[in-house]
Design a binder for this molecule. Structure first.
Ligand code: UDP
Ligand code: MG
Length: 319
């Protein structure tokens, strides 16, 4: 089979409710592109009938392929599985829940081809459909991330984006254990453009990104890109040490003055303060040591199930 012009990668975790709606809206857009395409549904270890539904739909939509991860490995790992198995000259990653309108894919492809771009970001112009909490935490996230990777990362650019084959190959070449594409993509510095769109409401089902997963994404983003927290630990340690010296001088001074009972409160405050500092530093060190450990183990981010339905002969494990 010849390589398609476009690959659409869709990570799915328990998305059986939204799948029929997604296909009904996505297929006409892709058929109307006038280019060859393939759709890679990456089932991220769903416990519902997502995979069975995709298998059914594949019967009358030959461009649809299914990649099954054996267990829930997370959104970014599902994206990795999809990117690694994509064959198109351009690859677009899109959420399954129709929050990213499939119609925008046509605009992205036109822009990429016209201006020979390697990245086209989908930028959320309006997030009114998201909850105030989601908007608030997302605002903080983008501010923090832009301070880490710089202004090349557009505000509101999520995982709805189009990448060229060269860009996908460059991403594959990175030895990342926990890739965070929102940061890696702008960081590589390929020519990029933007398409602004209105973020819609989830078409069906519930969010698969609870607070725990949001926090994990933020921690992964920071730790994988900067050692600044380690420097913060050093500063905290320095301040703690200074406070310790001052306290020691005071205690000695009181001793020489003959003051017999130094305050128990101040003593316990010092102990507590130092304890806190040590714990923070230990926690930060632990994060990094953990990453080193993971790196040495070299565990793949996901395992592909043998029941994946794809056309081409492909390796069973990620390279
Ligand atoms: N997703 C996934 N694995 C996960 C969590 C989410 O593949 O562990 C997929 C999910 O099916 C959806 C996309 O990632 O296609 C974004 O998730 P969701 O729409 O629930 O996130 P939100 O829009 O609420 O941030
Ligand atoms: Mg969503």
């Amino acid at each position: 089979m010849t390589e398609p012009r476009l690959t659409v990668v869709i990570p799915m975790y328990n998305e059986e409710a939204v799948l029929p709606l997604l296909v009904a809206r996505l297929r006409p857009v892709l058929d109307g592109l006038g280019r060859t395409y393939e759709v890679l549904a990456v089932d991220d270890g769903s416990r519902d009938d997502t995979a069975a539904l995709v298998t059914l739909m594949r019967a009358n939509w030959p461009q649809l392929r299914l990649v099954r991860l054996r267990r829930n490995s997370g959104h970014q790992a599902a994206l990795t599985a999809g990117l690694h198995r994509s064959r198109g000259d351009y690859v677009v990653t899109i959420d399954a829940d129709l929050q990213d309108p499939p119609e925008v894919i046509a605009q992205m492809l036109d822009l990429a081809e016209e201006r020979d771009l390697d990245i086209v970001y989908g930028v959320r112009g309006d997030r009114a459909s998201d909850t105030a909490f989601k908007r608030g935490t997302a605002g903080l996230y983008y501010r923090l991330m832009r301070s880490i990777v710089g202004k090349k990362m557009p505000y509101g650019a999520g995982d709805f984006r189009m990448l060229s084959r060269a860009m996908v190959d460059a991403l594959r070449g990175l030895p990342e254990q926990t890739p965070v594409y929102r940061l890696l993509v702008p960081w590589l510095g390929f020519p990029s453009g933007e398409v602004t769109y209105v973020r819609e409401k989830r078409a069906a089902g519930t969010s698969k990104y609870p607070l725990g997963k949001m926090i994990k994404l933020t921690v992964d983003s920071v730790i994988s890109f900067t050692a600044a927290p380690l420097r913060l630990a050093i500063w905290l340690g320095a301040v703690g040490a200074l406070a310790c010296v001052i306290a020691a001088v005071k205690v000695l001074w009181a001793y020489w003055q003959g003051a017999v009972v130094p305050g128990w409160t101040s003593l316990s405050l010092v102990v507590l303060f130092l304890g806190a500092c040590q714990l923070i530093c230990l926690g930060l060190l632990g994060e990094y040591v953990g990453r080193i450990y993971q790196g040495i183990q070299g565990r793949p981010a996901y395992f592909i199930g043998s029941d994946s339905l794809t056309d081409a002969a492909e390796p069973d494990e990620p390279d």
